[in-house]
Ligand binder design. Structure first.
Ligand code: PPS
Length: 329
């Protein structure tokens, strides 16, 4: 039998499409019997598969409900029991896709030496409500603490601290949110379908209208600074100065140009992995990106074995695999 691999004419490697056609593996009598049984089972395969599919959905729904309850309980615990406000706490508040991350970077630059030596901005400026789930200890953070939150006004822990709200044109938010849903939540609907959901508030964090309304009504509260994304794009330096004044921060004039440079879109784009939500989830779970293809060497890992670990492994190997003639390389 010809077991060679034939090369298919046609697409170039760059397309990433298969360029080889594999010959079938050798047949055996056992496999032939299995194929006959498989064909006999044909009439019940489809109903059985549907039944298992439905069962899997039932468990998925139970899992969602349980997860919802777990999150709600943890939120309530964080906000009313575990979070103790400090007078120099700063909350960055927004509806998603309105400039939250940008404000995180601005406040990080204003409240620290601004070095970019962090895995993700959430390390420096955590997502308030997410920390309830990730069990991050907010009381361990140094002052001034800066939090990001997407909570609507009704859910916001209202204490004696500062709140900076950023609003963005709702149509731009809808479009940006749609793109985010596609890239991060595997959403496959059209923009029109997404827009219908957005208008009804059937998206993550609910209605944009409700969110913005809740905070706009508090714009004259001295604890609140109400900003617009569009003003930040038009006059970044002016916005940074307003934020610094609101927070009572004295920024040396010679640092201002560097802060503004680092908060510009192109600088942040260069360090995108430090701001991307996808990386936040990884860092949050303690996963360090960029360590997957590690060294690829033979025996490198064994150098870290103590004699005791060597012995433990060898003993089990001798018992379980050596009798079968499995070679140790
Ligand atoms: S999220 O997912 O809720 O945290 O998103 P959020 O950070 O609120 O908003 C993301 C949008 O803000 C834009 N952004 C910026 N625009 C201008 N300059 C700077 N430096 C900047 N940083 C973030 C980001 O590009 C997203 O908008 P779109 O329209 O999708 O590009």
């Amino acid at each position: 039998m010809d077991t060679s691999v034939s090369v298919v004419d046609g697409p170039s490697l760059a397309d990433g499409k298969p360029m080889v056609r594999l010959p079938p593996p050798p047949d055996t009598p056992g496999l032939r019997v299995k194929a006959i049984l498989w064909r006999l089972l044909w009439p019940i395969r489809w109903p059985l598969s549907r039944l298992l599919w439905m069962l899997s959905w039932v468990f998925r729904i139970i899992q969602w409900v349980a997860f919802g309850l777990h999150v709600a309980i943890d939120y309530v615990r964080l906000m009313y029991l575990d979070y103790t406000a400090r007078p120099d706490d700063i909350f960055i508040v927004s509806y998603p896709r309105s400039g939250t991350t940008w404000l995180q970077m601005i406040l990080y630059q204003l409240t620290t030496d601004g070095n970019m030596d962090f895995a993700h901005i959430a390390e420096k400026c955590p997502w308030f409500e997410r920390s309830a789930i990730s069990k991050r200890r907010l009381d361990k953070l140094p002052s001034p603490r800066v939090f990001k939150t997407h909570l609507p006004y009704i859910w916001l822990p209202k204490r004696r601290c500062r709140y900076i709200y950023v609003a963005r044109n709702g149509k731009d938010v809808a479009w940006s949110f749609y793109q985010f849903y596609r890239s991060h939540f595997r959403y496959r609907g059209s923009f029109e379908q997404f827009f219908r959901l957005f208008m009804r508030g059937w998206v993550a964090w609910g209605s944009w209208f409700y969110h913005v309304r809740g905070y706009w009504k508090r714009r004259n509260d001295p604890r609140f600074l109400f900003l617009f994304y569009e003003d930040m794009v038009r006059d970044l330096e002016g916005t940074i100065r307003r934020i610094a004044a609101f927070c009572g921060l004295q920024i040396p004039e010679e640092r201002m140009a560097e802060i503004v440079r680092r908060c510009r879109f192109d600088f942040m784009k260069q360090h995108e992995e430090k701001f991307d939500y996808a990386f936040e989830l990884l860092v949050d779970q303690g996963i360090v990106p960029g360590r997957f293809l590690r060294k690829g060497q033979v025996g490198e890992g064994q150098q870290s074995f103590t004699p005791q670990l060597h012995e433990e492994f060898d003993r089990k190997f001798q018992r379980r695999l050596a009798p079968l003639g499995f070679p140790l390389r």
